[in-house]
Write a protein that binds this ligand. Structure first.
Ligand SMILES: Cc1cc2nc3c(=O)[nH]c(=O)nc-3n(C[C@H](O)[C@H](O)[C@H](O)COP(=O)(O)OP(=O)(O)OC[C@H]3O[C@@H](n4cnc5c(N)ncnc54)[C@H](O)[C@@H]3O)c2cc1C
Length: 285
């Protein structure tokens, strides 16, 4: 990563796939699982979507060559969803065609609420065509998500549960954080009891404690779900869970298009802004 951007390194593994693989190896050496995410979103034309798809295919090949775990996360707007839905689906298919036979699991990240319907529709279409090496994400911030979870559980799909990283209109999302958290807790219980290898993606110790309690009360053993956290966030919690015998997957973002991801992480925690400013001042000093 360029020196001018090295402050972003806390949350982003680097700009190249080689750096991401190095970060993944370090995470695996700590006994944890990984998912690599080539950063990029909201591409504005089909050429950019095709380029992102080609880059993803190269990432898949690099992962295979490296011997790290075969797990990636992708965003549909990176594959051209804003430009042309059919092309985005086509691009996702190309990725699946390379990834699935090689034993990858591909998680389709969830973006703003304006994409929820189309993302789930595309997921369900691929699922309907027999594609099983793919999973989705639901955001507890959205009013609709509890219904979506019931539907996806009935389908047998693998769901990653998050609180939601985007600013959403009041008409579709809870405005108060306490309501987002309460919805997360309700969905967590359903995911643990009715889900299919659910992914509990949060750094919130209260939610993690609830998950552990409910799983053990329901006799759901730690091999039937996993915790997920973001690269560079709450490494202490990651290790604590791993030492307690749980599966922990670290989501490792990398690539040149890191700015929007980085800004979302800053927005989540005011203390991060100070952390970054201090880092920049130190670099300049
Ligand atoms: C593996 C993974 C995948 C994700 N995928 C998606 C997705 O596809 N779509 C989507 O909308 N969102 C996604 N998210 C982001 C998610 O929606 C939240 O925005 C983010 O995880 C913060 O919420 P939290 O559950 O950690 O709880 P919060 O209540 O926000 O935070 C709980 C505690 O976690 C720590 N923490 C949280 N965020 C930060 C941060 N940025 N920096 C430092 N400490 C922090 C703090 O200690 C905080 O007190 C993903 C998150 C994870 C972990």
């Amino acid at each position: 990563m360029r020196r001018s951007a090295s402050f972003a390194r806390r949350f982003i593994a680097g700009e190249t796939v080689a750096e991401a693989i190095e970060a993944a190896r370090a995470v695996e050496a700590r006994g944890m699982l990984i998912s690599l995410d080539l950063l990029g979103e909201s591409v504005a034309n089909l050429a950019a979507a095709d380029a992102a798809t080609r880059e993803y295919l190269e990432v898949i090949d690099a992962i295979i060559a490296s011997g790290i775990e075969r797990n990636i996360s992708v965003k549909l707007t990176q594959l051209g969803l804003d430009v042309d839905k059919a092309s985005a689906v086509d691009n996702l298919r190309k990725i699946m065609e390379r990834a699935a036979p090689a034993g990858f699991f591909v998680r389709v990240d969830m973006e703003q609420s304006s994409y929820t319907d189309v993302t789930l529709e595309i997921f369900e279409t691929l699922w309907g065509h027999g594609c099983r090496e793919i999973g989705v994400v639901l955001q507890s911030a959205l009013h609709r998500s509890e219904r979506d979870l019931a539907r996806l559980n009935a389908l047998g799909a693998r769901v990653r549960l998050v609180k939601g990283a985007y600013k959403e209109p009041k008409a579709v999302a809870y405005a108060k954080k306490s309501d987002v958290d309460a919805a997360y807790a309700r969905m967590l219980k359903v995911l643990i009891t009715d889900g299919h290898y659910g992914a509990i993606a949060t750094h919130d110790p209260a939610m993690i404690a609830l998950a552990r309690g409910w799983a053990s009360a329901a006799g759901v053993t730690p091999d039937r779900f996993e915790f997920q956290m973001l690269y560079g966030i709450r490494r202490d919690l990651q290790s604590m869970l791993m030492n307690a015998g749980y599966r922990v997957r670290v989501y490792i973002p990398f690539g040149r298009e890191w700015f929007p991801y980085f800004m979302r992480r800053l927005g989540e925690r005011p203390a991060n802004v100070m952390f970054v400013i201090r880092g920049i001042l130190r670099e300049r000093g």
